[in-house]
Design a protein around this ligand. Structure first.
Ligand code: PLZ
Length: 492
């Protein structure tokens, strides 16, 4: 296991204590209310007002989960928050750091979700906290379209440099993943003068009107929300576990291309949009050869190949971007989630001639590339590079896959174990076949939650349990979470 840079010197996730931001001594206020979950060995006595101590990287339950304070908050929420907004596990979080979430009852939970693949650099990463704190005190907003600032430019430079391909690239910044996907489609349509957009079975691209149309799953994402945007066509994915018989990546690509040709014709297609590893759809890793064959066909036919790396990006799969596993160079790439350590930011990056095809003023938005989010992104990207978080994702993935594969030997309800880097999942089926068992996935996930491990499910059939730990998680903490998971699978 690769060590994080100098892990012993300071807690790399809880925040180096800032001695610049306020007076010490009498009058300083220390928040010790969460002492149970805090690492009281370090720093607490030196804390200036407003600073918080590093979080001990351990699981620690003091009430049932959710506890009484969370339950009380949940009642308030039910009275105030629209019912359509769900929560996987209604424990209300008060603090978080590294791989630990601390709730209002003082329970410290192990985080295997990273806020849906967002806090790869660790929750409240100290470098992100410092950069955000400094930026927020300088200025919070001007609107890049009114009076610009350097942070936006620097994030675009970093994205142009880090994304696959040595060609000239440009970027534009937005607020959410769905918005990035919408804008990739705008760019592709403008640049090609064509209308059609091709997506795949099991795809997830967002909850806006166009991206709902692009998303494959009706419940809960689309049901009752139509009519949807037009000119969206769906092709079959390469889903190795669910193929009728053996099919190579190239054959699966030919099957998809035949469907596109039949439905719409290559000459009408502006963009093919695909997640290199599907996220919400079930962590579907296509057969090798599928992505390159689809990308090549796009090139031959003048179609913009868009990689939606919103969930797979920024080191998650063991390389900076998942396309790199197969040497695929997308024309456009959409990013969000892991880009800014938890602040809302998203981007479209791609070939300069495509990105520049749009007329001035054709792309933008009030908050896109907000200066605070840009400061966070620059700090998060520096942490990913300096601490080799892609390398760490690879190591964490090996640990998780090995453990899950050995678990699958004894538990026939685990039909498939798959993933790349720290994007790992297993699929629950009725033993002996491939029939999905969503109830079993829900049972295992709920047992993990009760034991203080935050897990997420996914999949078109709701039967996939996915593991997305922060890339900075302690190896021992991850192992403990996997022990809990093993007990949950076994029904212990
Ligand atoms: N593309 C590949 O994974 C977001 C959505 C959770 P936003 N996935 C989590 C939910 O239930 O809303 C996602 C993604 C891929 C696009 C998106 C959309 O990103 O930032 O949620 O808009």
């Amino acid at each position: 296991m690769r060590a994080l840079r100098d892990p012993s010197a300071t807690c790399p996730w809880g925040g180096e204590i800032s001695h610049r931001s306020g007076p010490h001594g009498p009058g300083a206020q220390y928040d010790l209310s969460m002492t149970d979950a805090l690492d009281t060995r370090s720093h607490v006595a030196l804390l200036p007002p407003g600073a918080v101590a590093p979080l001990a990287q351990r699981r620690h339950l003091v009430t049932e989960v959710p506890g009484p304070r969370s339950r009380a908050l949940h009642e308030r929420r039910n009275a105030a928050v629209a019912a359509g907004v769900g929560s996987t596990l209604p424990v209300y979080i008060e603090r978080a750091g590294g791989g630990v979430l601390v709730d209002v009852d003082g329970n410290a939970l192990i985080d295997l979700g990273s806020g849906i693949a967002v806090v790869g650099v660790g929750n409240a990463n100290p470098r992100v906290v410092e950069a955000v704190t400094e930026q927020v005190a300088r200025f919070t907003h001007t609107c890049f379209m009114v009076t610009p600032y350097e942070g936006y430019v620097a994030v675009c430079e970093a994205l142009n440099r880090l994304t696959p391909g040595g060609h000239a690239k440009k970027s534009a910044l937005f607020n959410s993943g769905a918005e990035a996907v919408e804008n990739a489609v705008k760019v592709a349509r403008h640049a090609t003068g064509r209308d059609a957009v091709v997506v795949f079975d099991h795809a997830y691209h967002g909850r806006t009107n166009l991206t709902m149309a692009m998303t494959a799953k009706a419940m809960p994402y689309k049901n009752g929300f139509g009519p949807f945007a037009g000119e969206v066509y769906r092709a079959p994915m390469s889903y190795p576990f669910r193929e009728e018989g053996a099919i190579t990546g190239e054959q699966a690509a030919a099957r998809a291309i035949a469907v596109i040709d039949r439905q719409v014709g290559a000459g009408q297609v502006a963009a093919v949009v695909i997640e290199p590893i599907q996220g919400e759809g079930g962590f579907v890793v296509p057969e090798p050869g599928f992505l390159p064959a689809v990308a090549d066909w796009c090139t031959v036919n003048g179609i913009v190949f868009v990689a939606d790396e919103i969930q797979t990006g920024f080191g998650r799969t063991g390389v900076m971007f998942a396309c790199e596993h197969e040497g695929v160079v997308p024309d456009l790439i959409t990013t969000a989630k892991g880009i800014a350590g938890g602040l809302p930011l998203a981007a479209v990056t791609g070939r300069a001639e495509l990105m520049d095809a749009v007329h001035g003023g054709g792309l933008g938005g009030t908050y896109g590339g907000n200066p605070v989010a840009c400061a966070a992104a620059l700090a998060a990207i520096a942490a990913m590079v300096d601490d080799d978080l892609p390398g760490r994702a690879k190591d964490l993935g090996e640990l998780m896959l090995a453990r899950l594969r050995s678990l699958a030997v004894d538990h026939p309800q685990i039909g498939d174990v798959r993933g790349r880097g720290a994007m790992v999942a297993f699929e629950l089926v009725h033993p002996g076949g491939t029939e999905p068992d969503a109830a079993e996935a829900a049972r295992i996930s709920a047992a993990c939650h009760r034991a203080g491990v935050v897990t997420l499910t996914c999949g078109t059939f709701g039967n996939v349990l996915r593991l997305l730990p922060p890339l900075v998680i302690d190896e021992a903490l991850l192992t403990e979470a996997l022990d809990v998971l093993a007990d949950a699978v076994a029904g212990r």
